[in-house]
Design a protein around this ligand. Structure first.
Ligand SMILES: [Fe+2]
Ligand SMILES: [Fe+2]
Length: 260
């Protein structure tokens, strides 16, 4: 098992695989305001399935994330590795649950969505693209770059507007947030909604758009990151052994089925 010291995570340089580069080339070209609106209309105004959380996890397990240079584990193993690492540090039960469910939105891959519309880092649309976004050079092919409304200082937003009023690029974070938003406390929802927003929580980009609520939530989002990243080379967890603990935890916050 490699230690943290001899493995570099999120390496998006010349050594990045062609698959990850092509993923971001498509993602940055096609994630526009118009696309975001269309996806929200498609998924947030319709219910496609009624499912319990564990059922969704089992469904998720058939997805492989092409944007992730760091993991060869299945999705359910990644979810359980993340949640088990959080649990081992003695964090509250809602935080453990977030570890388990934070990637559930990736079931969108099973609805014939291309990977670039589901996974990878996220960023605001409708305002200038920060050079802190991974492979930002690929935005040259994004048509929103030619829309002067979007390319003024704050685009269609204003300073201090609050991230909840900013349209993020569409993907598993936003979709999962929308599905679970009635069931979890605010920091849990911020983690789910913004965990792939690396330019913000890691590199401080777009901080002018934050309001007081975002400033309060940021430490939770940052506290979550190491668990999401640095557990990817641990031994695979025993799914069946852990299942009873997690079924009980899920039942504490969620009804037997929710709308997807
Ligand atoms: Fe994720
Ligand atoms: Fe994850």
């Amino acid at each position: 098992m490699p230690s943290l010291d001899d493995h570099k995570y999120r390496d998006y340089t010349e050594t990045t695989s062609q698959q990850v580069r092509e993923f971001y080339r498509a993602n940055h070209r096609f994630q526009t305001v118009e696309f975001g609106e269309a996806q929200r209309d498609k998924y947030l105004n319709h219910t496609y399935a009624k499912m319990g959380i564990w059922e969704a996890l089992e469904l998720l397990n058939t997805v492989i994330d092409e944007s992730d240079p760091d993991t060869e584990f299945s999705q359910i193993q990644h979810c359980l590795q993340t949640s088990e690492a959080i649990r081992a540090k003695g964090h509250p039960r809602w935080f453990i649950l977030v570890g388990l469910i934070h990637d559930l939105g990736k079931i969108l891959c099973l609805r014939d969505e291309p990977q670039w519309a589901v996974t990878g880092d996220t960023f605001p649309v409708g305002c200038p693209y920060s050079d802190k976004i991974v492979f930002s050079e690929f935005f040259a092919a994004n048509p929103d770059l030619n829309n002067s409304n979007y390319q003024s200082e704050f685009g269609i937003y204003h300073a201090g507007i609050g991230l909840d009023h900013v349209m993020m690029s569409w993907g598993h974070d936003e979709y999962c947030y929308q599905v679970v938003k009635n069931y979890l406390p605010a920091p849990a929802l911020a983690i789910i909604r913004y965990h792939s927003f690396y330019p913000w929580h890691q590199d401080n980009a777009y901080s002018e758009l934050m309001n007081d609520h975002d400033r309060k939530m940021l430490p939770s989002v940052q506290a979550f990151q190491p668990f999401d990243l640095y557990t990817k080379h641990d031994l695979p967890p025993n799914v069946e052994q852990l299942r009873p603990f997690y079924e009980e935890l899920i039942a504490e916050f969620f009804p037997a089925q929710i709308d997807w």
